[in-house]
Design a binder for this molecule. Structure first.
Ligand SMILES: [Zn+2]
Length: 325
């Protein structure tokens, strides 16, 4: 299934969960050509809030938040969606809003739902410069690029329209400031968190931080073997201390500091209850019923029924590893 790297059971289990869940979510059919609204956040910033769904043939792989920033030089995008189709859709939206071209794109991390849209953007705006973390660029150029391209094409019945992997042109790292026209973009990377290649981007002067998947709003998504719950919790503590007016997460609505605080409370609660059960000698597969009760406050979050189990095993492995360090 994945011939580009040694067999990785966790990764294959993700493919199967995506396939199974994509089939289930097709029950909620949305008409083709659904028009995603563009929401204004500040004078310079708009967001297309993607649906909180898994990729399927109806959403054509589009399921994340796309940030659109107007600068004096042109439009700057963050995470242009999870398919070539969504890049086309975002490009068409921008052309309906302004005559300015897209001049730059920031990719928050290597998960396909955040960068596969690069292909559609480059098709419409070939001069746009794509930025990402060095680990992200390396992952796309090794095996992850083709893995995501093929997976998303498959689960969308090829409605994602993906033909090629478009990796970042340039790399950025913690504390870099990229000036584009009249606007500065400050990059944060605090080490391993949601992945080992996250960037968060401050839109300087707009009191706004785009967090990528380091923060998700009322959404329990996949965590992979390149992620760290502890690192994610610590990264959120840092951005909470910065106290921006607007936090735009990778998935779900934006808002004030309550958005990262709420997500961190979830991560900390999950970690705490798994640690308690670990200390009592329980195995990870025995924990789920007790954890569902302990985390009842989060029952309404998207993914609670389907993805909590995976997160429990991952936190368990992380705690087990820490015990032996
Ligand atoms: Zn992600």
């Amino acid at each position: 299934m994945n011939s580009y790297r040694p067999v990785n059971n966790f990764r294959i289990s993700i493919i199967f969960s995506l396939l199974l869940l994509a089939t289930a979510s097709q029950l909620s059919v949305r008409a083709d050509g659904f028009d995603y609204p563009v929401t204004q956040i500040t004078d310079k910033i708009h967001v297309i809030f993607g649906p909180l769904e898994l990729p399927d043939k109806n959403n054509r792989g589009f399921r994340n938040n796309v940030v659109i920033v107007s600068t004096s030089k042109g439009i700057v995008l963050m995470d242009p969606g999870g398919s070539a189709w969504s890049g086309d859709m975002v490009a068409a939206k921008i052309k309906s809003m302004t005559d300015m071209p897209v001049v730059a794109v920031f990719n928050s991390h290597a998960h396909g739902d955040h960068w596969l849209g690069n292909e559609g953007i480059k098709h419409h705006f070939p001069d746009a410069v794509i930025y990402g973390h060095p680990n992200m660029k390396a992952r796309l150029e090794q095996s992850d690029g083709l893995f995501w391209l093929e997976t998303i094409n498959r689960v969308t019945d090829n409605k994602a329209n993906g033909k090629e992997v478009i990796a970042p042109d340039r790399t950025v790292n913690n504390d870099d400031v990229i000036s584009i026209g009249d606007t500065d973009f400050r990059i944060f990377h605090f080490g391993k968190a949601h992945t080992d290649n996250d960037i968060m981007v401050e839109i300087v002067g707009e009191d706004t931080l785009f967090t990528g998947d380091v923060v998700r709003n009322r959404f329990i998504g996949l965590m992979e073997d390149d992620s760290s719950f502890t690192g994610n919790i610590e990264a959120i503590e840092k951005i909470v201390a910065m106290n921006y007016k607007y936090y735009i997460p990778g998935h779900g609505n934006s808002g004030d500091v309550e958005i990262p605080l709420t997500y961190n409370t979830y991560l900390k609660s999950l970690r705490k209850v798994v640690k308690q059960m670990f200390d009592e000698g329980m195995e990870s597969y025995e924990m789920k019923p007790g954890i569902i009760d302990a985390l009842a406050d989060y029952r309404q979050w998207r993914g609670f029924d389907t993805r909590l189990g995976g997160q429990i095993s991952q936190v368990y492995l992380e705690i087990e590893k820490e015990e032996f360090e």
